[in-house]
Design a protein around this ligand. Structure first.
Ligand SMILES: Nc1nc2c(ncn2[C@@H]2O[C@H](COP(=O)(O)OP(=O)(O)OP(=O)(O)O)[C@@H](O)[C@H]2O)c(=O)[nH]1
Ligand SMILES: [Mg+2]
Length: 623
């Protein structure tokens, strides 16, 4: 019988370590994090067996059962059943179980085993089980389940060879001439409560000794999840994060800044005055450089996010937020997607696939862009650094960090209000309950942290090198032609300047000047482009010879009032300036209706909010 390559899939409950195993076995770099619902799509890789043969290994979203209730669980069910288009039915299933949480993981495991398909159990996280004082008899578990059981520690690469060998052996047991009739018959139908009973029995039979060692963790939970103490702790933690984003980054950022202007000086000295030289200095270095200097801040933000994800605190934060979420008609399930949106709305919107209720899911998608993504960080910080004094409100509490924190809070509050309104109108429906198991506390591994940061840095730099670079060069061209008469403003004379003048009419009431109008259109591509566009247009506009080479912050102070700067910040809290978010919303909602709705409501909010900010500031004499 001829068939395609040998396929094996990793299945199991969420947070069992499937993706960690997948990465370890294939060398891939799938995202892993210590909370359920990280993987929402299937992903294939190559696993090399000892025989040299290569196997297609498929990583799947975690699942609690084959009667899928959420879109990500549906993917898992379809792949297991061989119903997924473009994916051959797996020949061998690798059931990944969390050894430290065996009883619970054995419920879904039974359902998979009842299919009667060739199966191998990866008893993962045996290190955590040992930490908790659990000793498990793998042999007993194997005979109770009727399939081989291999102990693994995915993050320490333990048990990988044995697992690969067991996969090969399971495949060899499938006789080539096996027809459906000679395959083991699926067992008789078992109900969910029966599976739970049996899971308890099997787990108790396999656990040799149990000395309760998780007392410290129970105590940590009592404190961190306390209804009154938990939220202030979470709040304080986030507060520290935003202070750190400002204060820790400064020396690195200054160094990068100096590097960029040094480079521009070098180019100016090395090349004769020409359009090419201008393109390099005013376009590429001023534009792209103005964004790249934010790398340290992005990395500091991600350092905290990664640590919170790896330790298991993130899921606790979700639990704490559940009550607030319920108040606006969302479940705590929405919290993880919303939290991911602080990095970027795109993975955030994808993560909504783990939300069962379609209306819950849609609401979460629609408010995800209100979470302050890392692309806003350059915009916020460049304005804050220029207009908000670097003073201390309290010892150790900088005003700049406080304003940044405030902007994040405004985004969150805005999202909650919008959710409240949507749940009463467009996405009306009952709120569903919160079910999320709390992951174990873990210390993050240095390797995973370093890898995570490296990945973020790479994403950021790649964006700077491709999209931001392209948009900047195009903008520079539009700004540089036609040439202005000597002594006249180049921007006034240029194509871009003329276009911006038209747009400025609409934006004038909310305090936006022509420079801002000029920056807003290219930054539809991505928010950071606003910074590079401003930097490029000030660099090109050399009517004021003294202004040449001035840092972007100084330029802004020179050209903008405080009221305008504040309105600009307010605009960016709401404005949907990101093409990819719109595209992913279209994909996840199957049409243009919801992305269209999202664009419209966000632009209206941005305009109103910026306007209110501007008029208020002017009324207080800050115009
Ligand atoms: N101590 C320990 N931690 C592990 C082990 N395997 C995975 N982890 C950690 O457990 C967490 C979950 O791992 P993932 O690989 O993301 O789990 P998953 O099964 O893919 O989860 P979903 O994608 O949500 O279904 C991560 O924080 C991993 O670092 C292990 O054997 N030992
Ligand atoms: Mg995963």
């Amino acid at each position: 019988m001829s068939r395609g390559p040998f396929v094996t899939a990793l299945v199991g409950n969420p947070n069992a370590g499937k993706s960690a195993l997948f990465n370890a076995l294939t060398g891939a770099r799938q995202k892993i994090a210590n909370y359920p619902g990280v993987t929402v799509e299937r992903k294939s890789g190559r696993l090399q067996l000892a025989s040299g043969e290569s196997v297609e290994l498929v990583d799947l979203p975690g699942s609690y059962g084959l009667h899928a209730t959420s879109p990500d669980e549906e993917v898992t069910r379809r792949v297991i059943m061989g119903e997924q288009a473009g994916q051959a039915r797996p020949d061998v299933l690798v059931l990944v179980l969390d050894a430290s949480n065996l009883e619970q993981h054995l419920v879904f495991a039974q359902e998979v085993l009842e299919l009667g398909r060739p199966c191998v159990v990866a008893l993962n996280m045996v290190d955590l089980a040992a930490r908790d004082g659990l000793t498990i008899d793998a042999a007993a578990l194997s005979s109770a389940l009727g399939v081989p059981v291999i102990e693994t520690v995915a993050v320490r690469r333990r048990g990988l060879t044995e697992l690969a060998d067991a996969i090969a052996a399971a495949r060899d047991r499938i006789a080539p001439e096996t027809s459906p009739e000679t395959q083991p018959h699926p067992r008789v139908h078992v109900t969910e409560p029966e599976r739970r009973m049996l899971a308890r029995e099997i787990a108790h039979g396999a656990i040799l000794s149990e000395t309760a060692k998780h007392r410290i963790h129970a105590r940590m939970d009592r404190l961190l999840l306390h209804p009154w103490l938990g939220p202030p702790i979470l709040f304080a933690l986030l507060f520290v994060v935003f202070q750190a984003v400002f204060s820790w980054a400064t020396p690195f950022q200054d160094a990068l800044d100096a590097g960029a202007s040094g480079l521009a000086d070098m180019v100016r000295a090395a090349l004769p005055a020409s359009l090419l030289r201008d393109l390099l200095t005013d376009g590429v270095i001023a534009g792209v450089g103005s964004v790249v200097v934010f790398l340290p801040q992005i990395l500091i933000l991600f350092f905290f996010i990664l640590v919170m994800e790896a330790t298991g605190y993130m899921a606790r934060a979700a639990f704490l937020m559940d009550r607030m979420m319920a108040g606006v008609g969302l479940s705590g399930r929405s919290f993880i997607p919303l939290l991911s949106s602080f990095a970027c709305a795109i993975p955030g919107i994808m993560a909504t696939r783990s939300i069962t209720d379609p209306k819950d899911r849609l609401t979460t998608i629609l408010i995800a862009p209100l979470m302050t993504c890392s692309a806003r960080l350059p915009v916020y910080t460049v304005i804050i650094a220029a207009f908000i004094p670097n003073s201390h409100v309290l010892p150790g509490v900088g005003l700049q960090g406080l304003v940044l924190f405030g902007l994040y809070v405004v985004g969150i509050v805005g999202a909650m209000v919008v959710a409240l309104v949507l749940r009463r109108s467009v996405t009306k429906g009952a709120a569903s309950g919160f079910i999320m198991e709390m992951p174990k506390y873990q210390l993050p591994t240095l390797k995973d942290l370093a890898l995570g940061l490296w990945q973020r840095a790479w994403v950021f730099l790649r964006r700077a090198g491709t999209m931001i670079f392209t948009v900047t060069v195009v903008l520079w061209l539009l700004l540089s032609f036609p040439r202005a008469e000597p002594g006249k403003s180049q921007v006034d004379a240029s194509i871009a300047g003329h276009l911006a003048n038209g747009l400025a009419v609409v934006l004038e009431p909310i305090g936006f000047n022509r420079d801002i109008a000029l920056a807003l259109v290219p930054s539809m591509a991505a928010r950071e482009v606003a910074v590079s566009s401003l930097a490029t247009s000030y660099a090109v506009d050399n009517a004021d010879e003294n202004a040449q080479g001035r840092a972007l912050g100084d330029q802004l102070k020179h050209h903008w009032s405080l009221a305008t700067a504040l309105a600009f910040l307010a605009w960016f809290v709401f404005a949907p300036q990101c093409m990819s978010t719109i595209a992913v919303t279209r994909r996840e909602t199957n049409g243009w209706k919801w992305p269209g709705f999202m664009l419209a409501y966000l632009f209206v909010l941005a305009y109103l909010f910026a306007g209110i900010t501007y008029w208020t500031a002017v009324a207080f004499g800050l115009g």
